[in-house]
Design a protein around this ligand. Structure first.
Ligand code: LMR
Length: 396
């Protein structure tokens, strides 16, 4: 049965973790996967999470099956965070939100549902995009193309190319957009450019699918979520996938969601019923623990305030690492304008290093980044940054 099965290539991001684990270099640094580590190189366990878990421990609950769409209080909290609790689409019952197994789960539920309602559509992702976007939408049965995004020469965004591609797209084309902290480049389009994108989506009848895995890591929770309001204000039907992996440091709990904004409450009920079928036929219903933690934090004012402060701490430290990286590279003699590193937002920096240089960084120095040149700035700290900067300079 399996004699003709071919060996699949290793995952370009998660596969690096396996290689990193096996590396015996004591100075090794993992800047591959998008995970935030504190200044001591430790994965944080947030205080708000510990406190929520303490409360849950003190009032233990039996673990029955959750509803197919997850914990109601969790779904409500996701809507509050993404759209604002008082948003007319939320109060008007026009958003179908389901708990999902991480942000990837949200994307997958949305992709499977889209394949039912829009089977012949092409999906366009940014060039480049998160490595898994292409694979996920391809596996859902779509033909996946790209729209221009990264401008290597000017270290920024080729917005003219992007908007032209959107204008040329057929009606019904699904556009995967990064709501904030673009993965992998770190370059986000401006407020005014978002207005243009929304206008073209409306004019051309495109379908927006916003991946919001990093809300709070760019400029702030509300600031990063502001783009959603533009889609709401334009009266569009659209998708938003949410992840709490990074913002709650709950990677292994797989806590995410999918929200679909619909034209009416009645339409929303039908959409929700279909999302539930997608979930039921994939994994039946979601797990309890992580979503209960997040719901407890988001729905308890004191814990929510604690979370916002902890998330701000992560955001600020990442920005400090960007500044420090520029300082260290400059001090080591790197010529040219490095300000692109501090202009980028979120966990990643598209370093401009090529595949050969990334391979050398791994092989000669044990510094792991993605072959595309993406490095996770959120894993830099005051102890490893000299070593990393030195290694980068040596491969340049
Ligand atoms: C990343 O881009 O590194 C993260 O989103 C983790 C992942 O699943 O790839």
């Amino acid at each position: 049965l399996f004699s003709a099965v071919e060996m699949a290539p290793r995952d370009p991001i998660l596969g690096l973790n396996e290689q990193f684990g096996a590396d015996t270099n004591p100075a090794k640094v993992n800047l591959g996967v998008g995970v935030y580590y504190d200044d001591n190189g430790k994965l944080p366990l947030l205080k708000c999470v510990i406190e929520a878990e303490r409360q849950m421990f003190e009032a233990p609950k039996a673990r029955g099956y959750l509803p197919i769409d997850g914990i109601a209080a969790y779904d409500k909290a996701v809507q509050g965070l993404v759209f604002g609790a008082d948003s007319a689409v939320v109060t008007g019952g026009r958003v179908a939100t389901v708990q999902a197994i991480g942000g990837t789960g949200g994307l997958k539920i949305g992709a499977d549902f889209l394949k039912k309602v829009n089977p012949n559509a092409t999906v366009l992702i940014s060039d480049p995009s998160w490595e898994n976007h292409r694979a996920l939408f391809t596996n859902a049965g779509f033909t996946v193309g790209t729209y221009p995004y990264y401008d290597a020469e000017n270290k920024g965004i080729n917005f003219a190319g992007m908007i032209d591609a959107l204008r040329a797209a057929d009606a019904g084309t699904v556009l995967v957009l990064h709501a904030c902290c673009h993965n992998p480049t770190g370059y986000d389009i401006t407020d005014a450019q978002w207005d243009e994108v929304v206008a073209v989506i409306k004019e051309r009848n495109l379908v927006a699918f916003l991946d919001m895995a990093y809300q709070g890591f760019g400029e702030g929770i509300a600031e990063d979520g502001a783009v959603i309001q533009k889609f709401v204000a334009a009266g569009l039907d659209f998708f938003v996938s949410t992840s709490f992996s990074k913002s709650f440091s709950l990677y292994g709990e797989r806590v995410g969601g999918l929200s679909v904004v619909c034209a009416s409450k009645e339409e929303c009920a039908r959409v929700l019923s279909q999302l539930k079928i997608t979930i039921r036929t994939n994994y039946s219903n979601p797990p309890t623990h992580g979503a209960q933690v997040v719901a407890t934090v988001l729905n308890t004012p004191a814990l929510r305030a604690m979370w916002e402060e902890e998330l701000a701490g992560m955001r600020v430290r990442i920005k400090q690492m960007r500044v420090l990286l520029v300082d260290k590279l400059t001090a080591a003699g790197v010529k040219g304008d490095l300000s692109f590193i501090t202009r980028q937002k979120g966990m990643f920096s598209y370093s401009g290093l090529n595949k050969d240089q990334m391979v050398r960084l791994r092989g000669e120095f044990g510094v792991y980044g993605v072959d595309s040149g993406r490095i996770c700035v959120a894993a830099l700290n005051t102890k490893n940054i000299d070593y990393v900067a030195d290694a980068i300079v040596k491969v340049m």
